[in-house]
Ligand binder design. Sequence first.
Ligand code: CP
Length: 328
Amino acid sequence: MSTDHSAKVQRDAEGRLRHLITLDGLSRDEIVALLDLAQFYARTPGELAARDQTLAGHTVANLFFEPSTRTRVSFELAAQRLGADVVNLDMQSSSRVKGETVLDTIYTLQAMQADILVMRDAEPGLPAYVAKYVAPHVCILNAGEAHLSHPTQGLLDALTVRQTKGDFAKLKILIAGDLSHSRVARSAWHAFTTLGVAELRIAAPEDLMPGKDEFKGATRFTDIDKAISGVDVVMTLRIQRERMSGASIPDEATYHHTFGITADRLAKANKDAIVMHPGPMNRDVEIASAVADGPQSVIQRQVTNGVAVRMAVLATIARNVQARRHFQ
Ligand code: CP
């Protein structure tokens, strides 16, 4: 299944975002507008959640064909906080198990008037493929596609960097770890480069480093100690053993020793550097527990921002649906 048309297929005839499948092709202004709206919805832990009725009358269906905690729950909360009806399809007990195709599953939900479908799947190209077949009023939001794309994660990571470190044009950002299998890293790369980051570094062991046709403009490192030196943001990634076939990576203790973000390594970054991880974490593998729970960690803020970003995406997509109806 080709992903070549993802960027085009996500827009309507007037060029507005109809689906969100990739951050590829979004302009700086579009990303900034989404972040500004997310900032409007953002609340710190302990504050009452933002609520309005922007999605009243809409039905959001969560279809997660791969496991998720953060993305699925935050899409559900985001939709509820905007007044939508929400259904979560439990894929293990759905008719997919009896052999129903993805499209038939989608058509079934569409027939029940679900109009915003949030999808996660291990198959590359599936969200763009489905987007071509749904009814004109139905929107597809990509909640994680193979190793390729996780657009709302890229946005929440950008929001977290902007809130804590400010202007991207002054920042050195490192994305480190299992880059090869990471949709998080690919979407973060789109977001950070579009927002004009001063310097983007990527670091991975040789076997987990993507080809040169990807992460264009980033400086590549296989030595984490060199990569982390003097950066403002350290984003580390989960090792995704479930996606590996043939990559030779060391055992967990060796990986932690040679590539993990430890307190000693973090001391080589700028002293006010932040540490990010998309979750779920392999504690004391790619990141030391002391760092994950330490004063420079913004990992819980990333989770909090996930709800705000998904509210912003849902509200923007719904507004665009209304605009299309208005002119039909
Ligand atoms: N970051 C992320 O996608 O986490 P989940 O797999 O828990 O949704």
